[in-house]
Structures are given as C-alpha cells and as structure tokens.
Write a protein that binds this ligand. Sequence first.
Ligand SMILES: [Zn+2]
Length: 258
Amino acid sequence: MFKIIFIGSGCWQGIPAPFGEDTISRNVEWGSKDFRFRTSLYIETEKGEKILVEVTPDIRLQSWKFKLEKPDSILISHWHWDHLFGLLDLDWFAEKNAMTVYGNKVTKKWYTQRMEHIGIDFHIFDSYESFEIDNVKITPITVSHVEETHGFLFEDKPSGKKFVYLSDLYALPPETVEYISGVDAITVDATYIEADVNDDETHLKKDQIKPFLESLNAREIILTNIGSYHGLTHDELERRFPQCTISYDGMERKFSLS
Ligand SMILES: [Zn+2]
C-alpha cells in the first residue's frame, strides 16, 4: 500500500504567478482549488516511509499547510529550479536530519555546483533501473523535456497497482510508452492547457495535449503542473476535460489490494 498526497499541482510559476496579471492569479483565494503550489507529491508507504517527490521553492509552506513529517527520501525528476531549489530552504533542516536524495546525473551536477554545502546523501539513478523503498518499486523513466528529465513509475508490490508521475514534458520516448501502458493512474503536464503559448518548446502545447491524452492507456489520467495562462478556473477545466481528473493541492490517492 502507498498513499499519495498532491502537495502541489501548479506549473513552474505556481498560481498565483508572481505579479500575475491573468484573471486566475488576480482573483484566486488561499485554500481554493485554484491556488496551486508547484507540482510535487508526498508519499507514505505501508511501514510509514515518507517520500517527497520534487523539492519546490514552496516546500516551507507546503510542509506547514499539509502538516508533513520529515521525509526519509526525496526524488527529483530534473534539474529545473522549480523541482530542485527548495533544497536551499532545507539547509538547517538537513543538518539535523539525514536526507537521502535520488536524482539523475545532471541534477547531481546542478546540486554540486550550487548547493553542495547542504549535506545530503545523493544517489544517482539511471533510466529504467528500479530501486525499492519499503514495498514500493520505483522505476525512473525517461521523458522528453530538457536534458536528462525523468518521471517515476511507482508499483505497490503486493497488489501490483501502478501509478506514474510524469514531470514536465513535450513527448515520451517509445521505451517509456511501453513501460507505462495500462497503469492505474498517470499524471500529465498541463502547463499550457487551453493557453496560446507557443514560444516554449519544452512543454506540451495547447494543440498537443488532447492527442497526447488520447494516446495514453491508463485507468485514470490526472492533469497536474497546471498553469494560469488559460484564464480558466478549476471548475471550468473539469467541464472541458471530463475524461480526466483535474488535480488540486491536497488531493489524495491510495494504491493497495483493496
Ligand atoms: Zn522543467
């Protein structure tokens, strides 16, 4: 069994965006489903292991809002600051708590160059090479975004239930498509969903999202990494994408035998 809490569901800027002039950023209220920390997950296993997926610059408030306990492990998908640079806020915390971080070799390079003073135990992972935490088998999978970007396939070993966390992406390589076919739930990058932003080649664009969703074979498709560029509320997104779950901060999912 493992349980996931979405402790952030927003894109790289979060919602509200800094000095944001879009209607969502201007009108959003603290605690509403349109308020989104940067996308990240908090996972609890059967024996109580705590896994943080991504360390965003919002980690201080996320840990307070969701009453999080110290994570035993941290998984980082790639080296972009909105996934990694929350570590800078954990300097004092890291001195008192042994922290194990799993990331790829480019993320390790960024960590070493910019924040090695934070004492963590950094494990470098490779694509498709699984490791286990408690009863959860974790497989880093390659996604197309920037140099060395990964998502994670989580499998509850007793039940065989599978959850895939896809980080920022504009496409998936064929090997990854094979790995993630038929899973129970999968997240999808909705940074530019319904938004006319065409100068960023690293995320799915508006006209690419629907074909991408249709190409996935999963019981539940969860949109996350949600931006505010579209000017649509959470409820409006739910109406436009009835085939998907629109994630929100605090949403939970459990993967177990029952
Ligand atoms: Zn990124």
